[in-house]
Design a protein around this ligand. Structure first.
Ligand SMILES: [Zn+2]
Ligand SMILES: [Zn+2]
Length: 376
């Protein structure tokens, strides 16, 4: 005995109808309740399934003149002795119950040709393209209408006949036993798959399915400032739907190739500038590459390895915020000369003899240096 029937409720009360309500009123009341409890509407209500079962049980009694008369005279006891108490336990979910009762979601306007599924594709772009924005061609595979038969499944020039099994309707009435007695469900014809028509000679290319896997190309606009791993949605470019239904969407995953000069850090870019030790000591002007070309920076005298110069607004553009850009951080790498010539060696030896504590004294504490080092 299902739990929902262990304490049977008065069916008139459940449906909220009067004792003398006619068939139409009972039907209306049940449909109204069912609509409120439909899983599409009421997925958040954990009791929806129980409530729907109660409503269905009540309807099952009041909609049947004999059962209703029995209930009116003897109550639930009378129905039980008849041995036909409904049992909903075979149904997995409220959605299945609805299907059984109304036939594949019918009556709620949800039926119709199925829309196509979404498809995904991937594209790799350069950092420059991510910075400037770009139109990029993407190739991807989707299920689409067969190009040979244009979707009708027949070899070109061969006749298409009406399906014998469904008489051209595309649907069959499948009668199944359920707690409500026999329920007729409308299902797609298994011979013509709902088309109502059959090709005498199936299309050689798609085997009569009317659909095939095709390679498509689409041009997508990549917005300036896009981040690694973002997806761009192209509406309607996914798998084709059934005839008359919309296609799915295409989601393009964008990844950005590593750049040889720049590392991206959010909206900022980071690059390294090699500065020979004498130039770092004396101070000098250097050309620093940017995304758009190059720019002069002044390395001040005494610049240490690991110090960062910041070029404001030379980083990545901010996504969908025109005119705003991150910064370019230039990390100085002081290069100690190697492979000295005789003259260089003499100069370094003379320089070394003149070195005093004042030359190596830092204005910064060790702690500040440590913090700076950890940042980069
Ligand atoms: Zn075909
Ligand atoms: Zn058919």
């Amino acid at each position: 005995m299902p739990s929902s029937s262990s304490l049977p409720r008065d069916p008139y009360e459940v449906l909220g109808v009067a004792r003398d309500a006619n068939e139409t009123t009972v039907k209306k009341a049940f449909r109204k309740l069912a609509r409120e409890l439909h899983p599409d509407v009421n997925a958040h209500d954990p009791d929806a399934e129980t409530k729907f079962k109660q409503a269905a049980e009540a309807y099952e009694i009041l909609n049947d003149a004999d059962r209703r008369a029995t209930y009116d005279r003897y109550g639930h006891e009378g129905l039980r002795s008849g041995g036909s108490s409904p049992n909903f336990d075979g149904f997995g979910s409220i959605a299945d119950l609805f299907d059984a009762f109304f036939g594949g979601g019918g009556g709620f306007g949800a039926a119709g040709p199925r829309a196509g599924a979404d498809q995904s594709a991937a594209v790799e772009i350069d950092l420059e393209q991510a910075a400037a924005g770009a139109a990029v061609d993407v190739r991807y595979e989707v299920v689409d209408r067969c190009e040979r038969c244009h979707g009708n499944g027949a070899e070109p020039g061969t006749p298409i006949k009406t399906c014998d099994r469904c008489g051209g309707n595309g649907v069959l009435q499948a009668v199944s036993r359920t707690p409500f007695g026999q329920v007729a469900r409308t299902v797609a014809c298994d011979v013509c798959s709902g088309d109502g028509k059959i090709a005498e000679r199936p299309c050689a290319r798609c085997d009569g399915r009317g659909r095939e896997m095709l390679t498509h190309a689409v041009s997508i606009d990549i917005p300036a400032g896009i981040a690694e791993g973002q997806r761009i949605r192209v509406a309607g470019r996914g798998h084709a739907g059934e005839p008359g239904a919309a296609g799915g969407d295409l989601y393009v995953l964008v990844s950005i190739r590593p750049h040889e000069r720049f590392i991206r850090d959010g909206d900022d870019l980071i690059t390294v500038l090699d500065v020979p030790a004498p130039a770092a000591a004396l101070g000098a002007k250097f050309e620093v590459p940017t995304l758009e070309g190059s720019e002069d920076v002044h390395v001040r005298p005494g610049t240490q390895s690991g110090e960062t110069l910041e070029l404001r607004s030379r980083g990545m553009p901010l996504l969908r915020r025109p005119g705003r850009r991150g910064n370019l951080r230039v990390v100085v790498n002081v290069v100690i000369p190697r492979h000295l010539s005789d003259e260089q060696r003499r100069l370094f030896e003379r320089l070394n003899e003149t070195m005093t504590d004042n030359n190596t004294r830092s204005d910064e504490s060790v702690f500040t240096k440590l913090k700076r080092a950890l940042r980069v």
